[in-house]
Design a protein around this ligand. Sequence first.
Ligand SMILES: [Cu+2]
Length: 702
Amino acid sequence: MLLFMAIAHGTGIGKRWSRSLAVSCSLLCLLAAGSLPGAAMAGNKAAAAVATSRLRHPLDPLSATEIQTAFGAILSTFQANRDLPKQALRFPLVALAEPAKTFVLAWKPGQPMPRFAEVQILHNPSNRLWLAEVDLTTRRVIKLDLQPAGTQPALSATEYTDADEVVRADPGFRAAMRSRGLNPDLVYVDVWAPGDEPLPASLSAAIPFGQNTRMVRCLAFYRGAPIKAFKPDQPQNPYVRPIEGFVVTVDLNRRKVIEISDRFVRPVIAITGNQAVDVRLTPTQPKPRPTGDIKLSGQLVRWHKWQFYVSLHPREGLVISDVRFQDGGKLRPVAYRLSLSEIYVPYGIADPGWSWRNAFDVGEYNAGMLAQTLTVNRDVPSSAQFLDAVFPSDLGPSKENPLGTVTLPAAIGLYERDSGILWSRTDPTSYDRDSRYGRELVATWNTWIGNYVYSFDWIFKLDGTIAVRTQLTGTTLNRGSLEQPEASAPKVGKDKKGVFVAAPYHQHFLNFRLDLDVDGPINHAMEMEVVPIHSKDFSHAFDTSSTHLMKEGFRDVDPYKARHWHLESSTSVNPLAKPTGYAIEPDELAFPYGNPNDPALKKAMFAQHQLWLTRYNPKERYAAGDFPNQAKTSDGLAEYIKDGQSLHDQDLVAWYTIGFTHISRPEDYPVMPTDSIGFRIVPRGFFAANPALGVADLGASR
Ligand SMILES: [Cu+2]
């Protein structure tokens, strides 16, 4: 579900707005704007040099210099091989090829660490994709694999520009806009991955790559005036003014419009999406919070008894690695790698112009690449600390950008916040209270995926719990609407002329890959649920039952049985002689309403079951597989569990799906108040007692 190019069209705009863009923008704008203001943005040598010297851990993300080295090796390999293309290469993804887990866990600071990069190389004119691996020490390409025909990586920055330019120049598009009484130059073109809708057979037969053609489908929204016509603090939100009944399909291989679907006309609502300020919050004085509590060195974060590494991955976004908790003299492992793995957003309206709109935001758009610069008092409090991210330009190195990288400032935020009562008790005799007020550490990032903005918080608590919260906001995907009611598309707005807009029902499913390593990698999985044990004398009684989950597979929540799952250590026990463990505790959930045989839902099997368990396999990273974009078959978790490997005393990975069924309401329009969903990873028998018992009493001094 992608946006975009209103900003880009006539890229000159980028330059004029660069100051404000740089401050509150995402990587995509920086790439699209082409001109990267300020030394920190463009991969200049000095910044890169500093980055390298701070390399501290084998899981540190690639530095600007390493990305440049990877590009160099790839380009010279392609130059040297006459069967490989020389021009029009795109690089949808360049990322750290993570070293083996055993190496990382054994590695000690100061020891050598080999560095490798994984690179995707797309050649649109020939519709070919290669996966490569580069040894950054020898600067050599050690793997270059051409992918099966039709394998499509996520869309990349300049493909949105391409599609926007192609659509804008298309006479059919311009005529259709004029026939609606709209100025085509004031239309915002929203670029989407095409979903599963096959091309009409006749069309497919007439184009070079048929159904394997790399495509995008474009929607139209009305800005109604040039961007500069709006006051910067009162911009036109294009998404609130859908131009309904109109979809353009673009062949990205030949940069050509191949289909215009212009099925019906509906009036376009006329609102900007703004309102004068009528609530003024008294700015909070930046809390003199001792930032000392958060110790940040390189990518290593230490906060009280917690320690972990953070990095922003171009696809997954924030990755939390090597999570440990200081317990007595031991730094005990809790998890090896935690990250978002896929997002699936199906729309529920029975309309051929919408049935293909079911986004896989991680695999079709590289959600990490769409990360945004975090801003104080907008995304995070004033006490936040930040980490920048360095990403590849999908064009690779160029005259304007010799390193071929872009730095996104303040991409990761780290801050503490009050978390309410941590624990409390009152003496029944003296009524003395013994309480502790809590604080928690939030590691956050957010991604702007077209009309939606997702913010992800990994929250580390003093009681050993990790809470994972996803905030959903942005603009619902709106539909031009007439007076009469329409199934699955409730009206959410009306303008002064009585023109309506609707927001079709949809769902959000988010899957997280949780490589928990409870006291080490060798674990087993238990399903715990409550069972009533009623008897004549004890009609109130209930107990729990635990089932050993022996094989790879999936499990569903069952709130009636308080079902949840434990990942337990197979090598260490607590003082009660029980395996030490962590539990996955469900919170908000959703269940897919699409038919299980719906092609998109079959690709998003992860949405059909909440918990999936697999044996650790570094290649298994994405819940819907490596390449869900235009994929014709289901991949990912459904495939990973097929061989039903044993989970007994093995290195396990849990995959957990949360969801939100969005029954849109007028309050969601013109921009959505943030909704939040999540789950918790809770110590269960990991500690001998309440690990927060030793937290000092902040209230004592009062
Ligand atoms: Cu929604």
